[in-house]
Design a binder for this molecule. Structure first.
Ligand SMILES: [Zn+2]
Length: 593
């Protein structure tokens, strides 16, 4: 027996899934997905086959020919779930498992009509990264195993389903529902399987891109992402042809816990990205970049997550630079620095969770999720880039993606490839310190620009009476205003808060990055006029990136601690499991009083 991924029961000595087919029905009343999963093993096999499950009820297991397969569920592990061991009879090439999910499945969120934009129909969506596919599908739930998939999904009449797969064909289904069929011809890891069901409509953006959303948000989404083709083109110039045929996007209801999820052919996005002025489309550059770094070349396990996110943040800023110039990219790096500093502050200085190549055996990856693999990882990639020069590094990146396309690799494989392609560079930049030691290495790159320096000086002069002049701020873009706010001292006194809000109309901001930065300053400053707006945001938006600082600021102040608890009690039932856990961990740090 040989287990390779600390977060999966997958055994490297056993057959692998070569192809997956799902035949499932989505039942909103019982909040369950039920049906069959068929796993093709690529040839005749026998003996044990271990799969991951979490909360699944297994009704039956059989071979492709219908012969029953003995099976047993192992003990529940709080992180891994339960191992499903099948005892394959001789010459088994296919297994068919009949099962259903639990209503509390961690990878699924069920929304009541009032939690959607349209308010009339329920909604369901999946989020399988890092290790939640097993709560909807009995599978080898590790990125090392990649398989193409097909799905036939039956949904209630009037609702539509989308998946991280090719466009669907609809047929009339049994029992008054509709069955939609999907095909993902390329091999993907289980965490990139995705499904959403709701009252959806779509708008075409280009011959290969379309945005899906609820009816109420479709036009706003089409406006926001109108420039997508230009962005795909810029990315192709940098990283080679787009390999996934279509780049479609889905705007989810506000409880979606992440900014975006790079589900191939169907990026999932938070509606908080719809600023109304296209000022937050940078997020799409990140998800799009994953089409190369992450989806094409994938981390083998969560211990190598930085390979996905570090390269993608670096790639995202190269796309921004290509589209908007070096100054825009420098502002992106500066905003990232702020996120990195906050994440470094969350963990002790010698924490094993601030290394890039982690060892997460026995650790829940959701518990230690942070900006470290993203921003420290991106700085490591940028360090490699500047050590060899951009042209040479770009050629290296093309060869890297060519060599490892549609595979899942470890940090060690990356380092070996680096040494072959760019000999001596790993040692020159002290790759060991980047990959294996906590915190930031000495000499980590600092991204500077004249604009950035001016904004920082202005913000840091606040206490000495420095105030930006309206003639100056009129030309600021959204990221400039955000950086200015990020560098202001806090807490601020009441008159300072009033001045800021009056000058920049912050409480009415449509750009959520700016709005939440402002509300966090205001909460930390005990500035009461914005409390209703904070409550409104916390009870409608479930994006973890916003919940963490807002609850942290409220709970950190003795006068608003009770308010934080009260708002959480009201909002918690509408949050995704992952969001709820983040807020609980923030609140645990503060004793109520
Ligand atoms: Zn990412």
């Amino acid at each position: 027996m040989s287990r390779f991924d600390p977060h999966s029961h997958f055994d490297t000595d056993q057959p692998r899934t070569h192809r997956l087919a799902l035949e499932i029905a989505v039942d909103f009343e019982r909040q369950r997905v039920a049906g069959k999963a068929r796993l093709d093993l690529g040839g005749p096999s026998s003996g044990p086959l271990d799969l991951d499950t979490k909360g699944l009820t297994i009704a039956a297991a059989a071979t492709g020919a219908g012969a029953p397969i003995p099976f047993a569920l192992g003990a529940e592990d709080p992180i891994l779930g339960r191992r499903l061991r099948l005892d394959l009879p001789a010459h088994t090439a296919q297994v068919v498992i009949t099962y259903e999910t639990a209503p509390e499945a961690v990878g699924l969120q069920w929304l009541a009509p009032e939690q959607t934009a349209g308010k009339r129909h329920p909604f369901m969506f999946t989020q399988f990264q890092p290790i939640h596919a097993r709560s909807m599908i009995p599978c080898q739930d590790t990125p090392i195993v990649r398989a193409p998939y097909r799905a036939a999904v039956t949904v209630p009449e009037g609702l539509t389903a989308v998946m991280s797969a090719g466009p669907s064909e609809a047929k009339a289904g049994g029992g008054g529902g509709r069955t939609l069929e999907f095909t993902m011809p390329q091999p993907v890891p289980s965490y990139l399987i995705a499904l959403a069901v709701g009252d959806l409509t779509s708008r075409d953006l280009s011959p290969r891109s379309r945005v899906w959303a609820e009816h109420a948000t479709a036009d706003a989404a089409a406006y926001e992402f109108a420039g997508i083709e230009e962005m795909i083109h810029a990315a192709e110039q940098l990283f080679g042809p787009y390999e996934w045929d279509r780049y479609d996007m889905l705007v989810l209801p506000p409880s979606f816990p992440y900014g975006g999820m790079e589900n191939p052919r169907m990026t999932f996005l938070t509606p908080t990205v719809l600023a109304g002025d296209r000022s937050l489309v940078d997020l799409v550059a990140h998800e799009l970049a994953h089409s190369w770094t992450g989806n094409l070349v994938t981390n083998a396990t969560m211990d190598h997550f930085w390979l996905n996110e570090g390269f993608t943040v670096w790639a995202e800023r190269r796309i921004l630079e290509a589209l908007h110039g070096g100054e825009a990219a420098a502002l992106g790096w500066a905003i990232g620095q702020n996120a990195l500093d906050e994440s470094l502050a969350r963990f002790p200085a010698d924490s094993p969770f601030t290394v890039l190549r982690t060892h997460l055996e026995g650790v829940d990856p959701d518990e230690v999720y942070s900006s470290i693999p993203y921003e420290k990882g991106a700085r490591f990639v940028a360090t490699l880039e500047s050590a060899v020069g951009r042209e040479r590094f770009d050629r290296f990146m093309r060869r890297y993606m060519d060599r490892f396309r549609f595979t899942s690799i470890t940090t060690e494989e990356f380092v070996m490839f680096l040494e072959v392609e760019l000999p001596g560079v790993a040692k020159r930049v002290d790759a060991d310190a980047w990959l294996h030691r906590p915190g930031m290495p000495a000499g980590a790159p600092v991204f500077r620009s004249a604009r950035l320096d001016a904004l920082r000086v202005l913000a840091q002069g606040w206490a000495g009476g420095a105030r930006p002049d309206p003639s100056e701020t009129a030309g600021w873009n959204a990221n400039e205003l955000l950086l200015y706010l990020q560098h202001l001292p806090r807490p601020l006194d009441e008159s300072s808060c009033r001045w800021l809000d009056a000058r920049f109309a912050l409480t009415r901001q449509g750009n959520y990055e700016i709005l939440v930065e402002w509300l966090t300053i205001a909460a930390a400053s005990d500035y009461e006029p914005v409390f209703p707006r904070i409550r409104e945001v916390l009870t409608s938006v479930g994006r973890m990136k916003y919940l963490r600082p807002l609850y942290g600021a409220l709970a950190g102040h003795p006068r608003t601690r009770r308010l934080a608890r009260e708002v959480f009690d009201e909002a918690a039932s509408g949050y995704h499991n992952l969001s709820r856990r983040v807020v609980e961990s923030v609140m645990e740090k503060y004793v109520e009083g």
